[in-house]
Design a protein around this ligand. Structure first.
Ligand SMILES: [Zn+2]
Ligand SMILES: [Zn+2]
Length: 301
């Protein structure tokens, strides 16, 4: 992404929703310069020892790789295990290095190419710890995101006549959620998936999806309905399964962020296999949950 393009598209677009001062623009540009590559040459000052993360070739907004950056000839040095630092600190050193290296490596391969230098430094400082790529599992992440606000299926979360018939495994009344639909073709068992969000109850959203599958004039409502209609046009039998992916708060005037939209985008970017039917341009769509808080959209009822 060139500086000109960054200035044009995202910043101009964002200006429609939020005031961006020249100073803030300056900060964004400085931050970008320390992080991105352009045409295979780096934008960052790689000689800056305080800066450890280098970004790989940046491809649109979808894929990038990054790896820990260590200044050439700069060997990390750690507090020796036998030193008189508090035992708790000593104990945490290897584990925290492992965590940090994992967090700033985009995958196991980049981790493994960088780890030996740190591994050696650890050994020199008396630690027998073996550095291993240990990404936070999606389950852990989901657990963190949802443990406070996602209730297990209860009577209140479902009003289906029989809970076994519930489209969302007993959670059809859950709201402000990110959900996933998986469509399986019966002829070759091929699966496609779609990630969506709803601020209302899932049931309301589900009814709208259903209607888009049944009424030809609504076939372009979503990329999911477009796909369903493609199957229908060619008489391919199929089943659609729905799953609750996570729960997040939609925009509020006090929080000023929409975690619901961010959460949906997180899955579309980081778990593309869960969202094969989603279009990449959904990533730049604005948050409609914020729009309804804008003064011009208030109605005097
Ligand atoms: Zn239900
Ligand atoms: Zn939103």
């Amino acid at each position: 992404m060139t500086a000109k393009l960054l200035n044009k598209a995202p910043l101009d677009f964002a200006s429609n929703f939020n005031t961006i001062t020249p100073f803030e623009k300056h900060v964004i540009f400085q931050a970008k310069k320390t992080m991105l590559f352009n045409a295979k040459s780096t934008w960052c000052k790689r000689t800056d020892p305080s800066f450890e993360v280098t970004m790989g070739s940046f491809d649109g907004t979808e894929t990038w790789t990054y790896k820990p950056y260590l200044k050439p000839n700069n060997t990390p040095l750690y507090v020796h295990k036998q030193s008189n630092h508090p035992p708790l600190i000593i104990r945490n050193i290897p584990e925290s290095i492992n965590r940090r290296l994992t967090n700033i490596s985009s995958n196991e391969t980049t981790f493994n190419t960088t780890a030996p230098v740190y591994q050696e430094a650890l050994l020199k400082s008396g630690y027998g710890y073996h550095l291993r790529y240990k990404p936070q599992s999606p389950n852990t992440r989901q657990h963190i995101l949802t443990k406070h606000n996602l209730q297990p299926a209860t009577q209140n979360n479902c009003n289906c006549r029989a809970q076994t018939q519930c489209p969302l495994e007993g959670n059809c009344l859950a709201n402000t959620i990110v959900y996933q639909a998986t469509v399986t073709r019966h002829d070759n068992n091929k699966e496609e998936s779609y990630i969506g969000l709803t601020e209302n109850t899932f049931k309301t959203r589900y009814t709208a999806h259903k209607s888009s599958f049944n009424h030809k004039d609504k076939r372009n409502a979503t990329t999911l309905s477009e796909y369903i209609w493609k199957l229908k046009d060619t008489n391919v039998e199929h089943t659609v399964k729905w799953k609750l992916i996570s729960k997040a708060r939609a925009y509020t005037t006090s929080s000023k962020t929409c975690n619901l939209c961010l959460e949906e985008k997180f899955f579309i970017i980081h778990k593309p296999s869960l969202a094969t039917l989603n279009k990449r341009n959904e990533l730049i769509s604005s948050c409609r949950h914020r729009n309804k808080h804008l003064l011009c959209n208030y109605s005097n009822r």
